[in-house]
Write a protein that binds this ligand. Structure first.
Ligand code: IMP
Ligand code: MG
Length: 174
């Protein structure tokens, strides 16, 4: 059996999400941004942040890309074809669960810029210090964590543990 150890409690996460909400409210004041959650990992982060910002006109949106199989990044990103015109001229904030190699965020940001967005920024719940394949930094980071495999609050291990309210370290991975 795999076991888990709590890294970030529900209240620690919620406090930080409210802080990020205040910063994003200031940054996007008077604008009509798209908050684009990378599914499924940013499911809770997106919905909690939407409720934490004091902005009247945020447009929630989601996109599905995948580069992971099990606990290993495959380095290939799927799901970026056919973005169409929905980002043209828009301020887009990409929300992801975790920045590790940077492959997901950099490919996605590039594709959305190419689709004509006026501005693309990134916000991640977690950032790991792992070696960056692409030189990318998120504009907003919830928590910097150690190089451990984490699950919960949207993060999964092969589809499991996503619904946990805390972020936990997965130990004894099987
Ligand atoms: P990157 O493309 O290597 O930056 O990885 C980003 C994606 O990898 C995230 O959106 C997650 O889906 C997945 N990922 C990276 N590290 C972890 C982890 O510790 N737990 C669960 N998923 C992870
Ligand atoms: Mg993911």
């Amino acid at each position: 059996m795999s076991t888990t150890r709590i890294l970030l409690s529900q209240s620690v996460i919620q406090t930080r999400v409210r802080e990020l909400g205040r910063e994003l409210s200031e940054h996007y004041a008077g604008k009509h941004p798209i908050f684009l959650g990378v599914m499924n990992g940013a499911l809770f982060f997106l919905t909690d942040l939407l409720r934490a910002v004091d902005l009247d006109e945020v447009e929630p949106s989601t996109i599905r890309v995948a580069s992971y199989a099990g606990a290993q990044s495959t380095g290939v990103l799927h799901g970026l074809d056919g973005l169409g015109d929905s980002f043209r001229g828009r301020h887009v904030l990409i929300l992801d669960d975790i920045l590790e190699t940077g492959l997901t965020l950099s490919s996605l940001a590039k594709a959305i810029r190419k689709a004509g967005a006026a501005d693309v920024k990134t916000c991640v719940l977690l950032e790991k210090p792992a070696a960056r394949v692409r030189p990318i930094h998120a504009d907003w980071v919830g928590f910097h964590i150690a190089d451990e495999f984490v699950v919960g609050y949207g993060l999964d291990y092969n589809g499991r543990y996503r619904n946990l309210r805390q972020v936990r370290v997965l130990e004894n991975v099987e």
